[in-house]
Each structure stands twice: as structure tokens, then as C-alpha cells.
Design a protein around this ligand. Structure first.
Ligand SMILES: Cc1cc2nc3c(=O)[nH]c(=O)nc-3n(C[C@H](O)[C@H](O)[C@H](O)COP(=O)(O)O)c2cc1C
Length: 386
């Protein structure tokens, strides 16, 4: 039984009034327009694109230009930028503003992937306070009034925490909100998110909303995070993988309206959501084969805990047309009830802690030494997010 809050604490991101304090976390390879539309069909809130590399955007890379596209039903439009160079990030923000391609820009400072942190990018970057501040300032200064938010981790590891400084710097640089994934880069996705860090950030950053992120698997978790931390909103990532209707639960819980009716997540219901996701992916890629290939990564998430045999799962993970998918889904027992706990809990990335890879001498100072600029020039590689 999910708690319902009496009043909807709306979330204000610059000029945008978000109806419920709920944000879909940017997830590379997941939160394309297909998945965002699907989540939005159930819920309310803000739905952020997967990470867009600033340099690729400025160079108008064809894939990147496709990734920043929104469907007309997507209002407000939210794009996450990743970048390590204030000039390039500024140009990317300006492009989004001048060409009216976004209503909100989020900046990614949370990526823990070694090939990014090794070059000083992602979660390693806020350690260099001057560079971090300059990037946020450049984005804000070039965004033409579009609100810019910052998403970050606690820091590099427990001995090199950056979130409190970075939160205050972002606030000073004109960010409209800050979001904290309450893990260090060293933790990757392991262990539990440290919600007490979200509370500490909320105490440190007082003039803009603070959003909490990490380990929200249900609407009750979202309520609990807001109560325990004082956060102004929640950012939900892995919890909605294979469960886009979680945004309906969240909308109802926060009383903001716009949410769908409570779902009865029978196997037939889940299969229909999976089918809708596949169809939206086909539309997004404008290619049935591509869409059907992309839905494969979602099979295990949708059917977690449901009586779907290994043979059907395997066949869904090789189907290349919507007709094949329909045939396979047609063999399932649509009346099989929601399996309860077996369908709940952790899903998506987990992994083990790793010592973060960093540029030589990175930790010696909090300022960007002149000789580090070359390292950073290589840090804008395509990679898989935060
Ligand atoms: C598959 C995947 C891709 C991700 N890609 C991004 C990304 O592009 N940008 C980003 O800021 N964070 C990214 N993240 C991190 C999430 O936004 C989020 O911070 C993290 O999953 C913790 O939240 P959760 O516990 O609700 O999943 C990604 C996470 C996953 C699992």
C-alpha cells in the first residue's frame, strides 16, 4: 500500500513549474524519446534525455541530433549535456537555446566510467572547482534563460568528496537546481546510496531546489527520501526500468494529478507496456529492426518475477519484427497476477566498488593546472553515462 501525500509539493526549476517533484534520471541508452514518452503516458514530472556529448552536439553529429529530438507531447523538453570544456558546453547550450530545442538543460558531472574519469571528466571533474564553476557559468550564460541544473555524485571517493563545494558553486553560478546521486565514483552502483549526503546538501544549498537520487525503487521510497533528507524532489533511474508505470504511482503519491489509475500489473498488462515500448522505439529509430533490437535489453526488467520461460525470454531477445514480438507475447498467460516481491527491488546496474581511474596528479590540487588541459581535451568521448 503506497502512502499518498495530502498536498503536491510542486517543484520549481527556474521558470518551469513541474507538477510533481519527480524527475526521470538521464540514462544513456535508455531515456530516449521512446522511453520518456512511455513514462510520461503514465505519470507527471520532468523527463530528462540521455546524456548528450557537448562536442558532438556542437559538431551536429547525426546520431546526437536524433537523440535531442523530442515528441510534441514532451513538454517541458529536457536535455542533459556532458562536457569538460566551458567553451564547448557554452556553445552547446547556445545551440539548444537559439534553435529552441530544449526547455531545460541538465549538466552531467556524475559519470564514473573509468575511460571518462581517467581523463578528468564526469565525476572526477568537480574536484577542479575552477573548471566546474566555469562550465556551469558558461552553460547558464549561454542558455538564453533556459534553466540549467547540475547532476553530480558525492565525489571521487570518501576521502575526496566534492558535492558540498560543487553544490554551492553551482548555486553561485546560476544553476536552477542541483541533484545528487548519493554515491561516490568509487562506489559505482554498489552498496546503498547515502541519503544523509542529500540532507547535508540540502542544508548547504539554500536558494535553489536540491533533488535526491539513488535507490528509489517504489513510490514509498520516494516519500521516505524526501522526508528523511528534506529534498525538494526525487530523481528516479533504475527503479523504472521495465516499470514505466512507476511514474503513475509517483504522480498519485505526490497528488499532483496527471497520473494514470493504479495499475493491476498482470502479465498481460506488462506485456502490453513492453509492446508499446517496442513500438515507440521503432518509431524513434524509424527502423523496425533497430527498435526491436533495442527493446531486447529491457526484456529481463519487464518480466522480472513473472512466469515467462527462458525460451520465450530468449526468443524476445532475438526477435527482429513487431509481428514476431506479438506472436511471442501472445503465448503468455495474460491473467498471471502481479508476483509481488519477486517483481520488486533492485534492477539495472549494480556492480562492485572500483578505485577510480584519474589523470596523473589529479588529486594534488583542487585547481586545474595548465598542463591538465590536454588531458581534458580527450575526455569528451562517447560513453555510457552516469
Ligand atoms: C544504464 C544507465 C545509464 C545512465 N546514464 C546516465 C547519464 O547519461 N547521465 C547521468 O547523469 N546519469 C546516468 N546514469 C545514472 C542515473 O541517472 C542515476 O544517477 C543512477 O542510476 C542512480 O539512480 P537510481 O538508483 O535511481 O538508479 C545512468 C544509470 C544507468 C543505470
Amino acid at each position: 500500500m503506497t502512502t499518498t501525500l495530502a498536498s503536491a509539493p510542486a517543484l520549481r526549476i527556474g521558470p518551469i513549474e513541474v507538477d510533481v517533484p519527480v524527475v526521470l534520471a538521464p540514462m544513456a541508452g535508455i531515456t530516449n524519446t521512446a522511453f520518456r514518452r512511455l513514462c510520461r503516458e503514465y505519470g507527471a514530472g520532468l523527463y530528462v534525455s540521455e546524456m548528450i556529448t557537448s562536442r558532438a552536439l556542437v559538431e551536429r553529429n547525426a546520431t546526437t541530433m536524433r537523440l535531442i529530438r523530442h515528441h510534441e507531447s514532451e513538454v517541458p523538453r529536457s536535455v542533459q549535456l556532458y562536457g569538460v570544456d566551458p567553451v564547448t558546453v557554452g556553445r552547446a547550450a547556445r545551440l539548444l537555446a537559439d534553435e529552441d530545442r530544449a526547455d531545460h538543460i541538465d549538466l552531467n558531472f556524475g559519470c564514473p566510467v573509468p575511460k571518462v574519469t581517467r581523463k578528468g571528466g564526469g565525476a572526477a571533474l568537480p574536484w577542479k572547482s575552477d573548471l566546474f564553476g566555469a562550465i556551469v557559468q558558461a552553460a547558464v550564460g549561454n542558455a538564453g534563460g533556459i534553466p540549467v541544473t547540475v547532476k553530480m555524485r558525492k565525489g571521487i571517493d570518501d576521502d575526496h568528496l566534492t558535492f558540498l563545494d560543487a553544490g554551492r558553486l553551482a548555486e553561485d553560478a546560476g544553476a536552477a537546481a542541483v541533484a545528487l546521486h548519493a554515491r561516490t565514483a568509487a562506489q559505482f552502483y554498489s552498496g546503498a546510496a547515502d541519503w544523509s549526503a542529500i540532507a547535508a546538501l540540502k542544508r548547504a544549498v539554500t536558494s535553489i531546489p536540491v533533488l535526491g537520487n539513488g535507490d528509489i525503487w517504489s513510490a514509498d521510497d520516494a516519500v521516505r527520501m524526501m522526508a528523511e533528507t528534506g529534498a525538494d524532489g526525487v530523481v528516479v533511474g533504475r527503479g523504472c526500468l521495465g516499470r514505466p508505470w512507476l511514474f503513475g504511482d509517483l504522480a498519485r503519491t505526490f497528488g499532483g494529478g496527471g497520473g494514470s489509475a493504479p495499475v493491476d500489473a498482470t502479465l498481460g498488462f506488462v506485456a502490453a507496456a513492453f509492446r508499446r515500448h517496442a513500438e515507440l522505439l521503432v518509431e524513434f529509430f524509424e527502423d523496425e529492426g533497430r527498435g526491436c533490437r533495442d527493446i531486447r535489453k529491457h526484456v529481463a526488467w519487464y518480466f522480472k518475477g513473472y512466469p515467462v520461460g527462458g525460451d520465450i525470454r530468449a526468443a524476445l531477445a532475438t526477435a527482429s519484427t513487431l509481428a514476431e514480438i506479438d506472436d511471442l507475447l501472445g503465448t503468455l498467460d495474460a491473467d498471471a497476477p502481479y508476483p509481488g516481491a519477486a517483481a520488486e527491488g533492485q534492477r539495472g546496474r549494480a556492480g562492485t566498488p572500483k578505485r577510480p581511474a584519474l589523470p596523473e596528479g589529479w588529486l594534488h590540487s583542487r585547481d586545474l593546472a595548465a598542463d591538465a588541459a590536454d588531458t581534458l581535451a580527450d575526455a569528451e568521448l562517447d560513453h555510457s553515462g552516469g
